[in-house]
Each structure stands twice: as structure tokens, then as C-alpha cells.
Design a binder for this molecule. Structure first.
Ligand code: NI
Length: 181
């Protein structure tokens, strides 16, 4: 199966608030999820949201074994989350580098809650509830933003923490946050 073209930053479709999925399971949903996995894996992503392939529904997937886009990171299980939500388990936020398939070639440092509890439904309608921290928690927060029409640059606190992959790659792989003070 060929992967779907990615809706990129600037395309108005990426800023919409996505619609709740009312019917689980369905063959349309199964097809959507298959396309999302194919697209994410073809592009070495670690998460993707349905609006990124032009489908305005509250469906996200996360997960990877290893990814050249995110070296030195522990695996996250492949997980489908329909109508997902999360809550922080503490107010603690941590800074970390993020990228996005809708903003190819760039990375930014974004604060996210360190520990969260998230929930959503799988493709059969089973409830999934998990606690997560660090990168796992970060991906869920990033993908949940997508279905509310938000992309990571809106959270960047210092504009110098946004740059081209070629320029910031060493910081990304060493998980180093440059200090400009
Ligand atoms: Ni993204």
C-alpha cells in the first residue's frame, strides 16, 4: 500500500479541531488506521494523527521499535487511540526536542508534562488506559494537540530553540537543550 501524502504546516486542514469518532469498529476506521501505520512507518515517524493525512477525525497512533529520526530512545508499543484524552499526573514539565512529519526537516524544544495518564479506544472499541512518562508521554501530548489543530511550534518558549535538523542534530541526539542566557 502506498502511503498517503502528509498535510504540512501552512495547509489550513492541519489547524482544524477534528471530529469525534462515533462508530467503533467500522471498516472505514480499520482502513484509516492501516493507512496511518503505513504512512508513519514509511516516514520513520513515532506518532501520527489522522488530520496529518487529511482525515478530520480524532484518531492518533503512536509507537516504534527504533527510529532513525529519534535515535537513543526506548521503544514505545504500537497503540491506536480513538477519541483520546490525557491528564497530567503532576504539574512537572520537562523540555525535550520534538519533530513532526508535518514540519519536515525541523526540530524544536517544547515543554510537556513529564507524567500523564491517558485513555482512548482501540479499533475494536476496547478502552485503553495507561500511565506514561518522558518520550511516551510526550508523543501522546504531541498527537493529542494535532486533533485540536495545534502543532508543536506554538509551545516553543525560546524561538532559538527551533531550527533545521542539520543544524541542531547533535543537540537532538545528545538530548541537550542549548542555553542562550
Ligand atoms: Ni506531529
Amino acid at each position: 500500500m502506498k502511503f498517503k501524502p502528509i498535510v504540512r504546516l501552512g495547509d489550513k486542514r492541519i489547524y482544524r479541531v477534528a471530529e469525534k469518532v462515533n462508530k467503533i469498529p467500522s471498516s472505514e476506521l480499520d482502513e484509516l488506521i492501516k493507512q496511518m501505520f503505513t504512512t508513519m512507518q514509511a516516514l520513520n515517524g513515532i506518532g501520527i494523527a489522522a488530520p496529518q493525512i487529511g482525515v478530520n477525525q480524532r484518531v492518533i497512533i503512536i509507537g516504534f521499535e527504533s527510529s532513525p529520526r529519534y535515535p537513543n530512545e526506548a521503544a514505545v508499543p504500537n497503540t491506536v487511540l480513538i477519541n483520546p484524552s490525557f491528564e497530567p499526573l503532576s504539574q512537572e514539565k520537562v523540555l525535550g526536542w520534538e519533530g513532526c512529519l508535518s514540519i519536515p526537516g525541523m526540530r524544536g524544544v517544547v515543554p510537556r508534562y513529564k507524567k500523564i495518564k491517558y485513555r482512548g479506544f482501540d479499533s475494536q472499541g476496547n478502552l485503553i488506559q495507561r500511565e506514561a512518562e518522558n518520550l511516551h508521554a510526550r508523543i501522546v501530548q504531541h498527537e493529542c494537540d494535532h486533533i485540536d489543530g495545534k502543532l508543536y511550534p506554538c509551545h516553543i518558549e525560546d524561538w532559538r530553540h527551533f531550527g533545521f535538523e542539520e543544524e541542531v542534530w547533535q543537540d537532538v541526539i545528545e538530548k541537550r537543550i542549548p542555553n542562550f542566557e
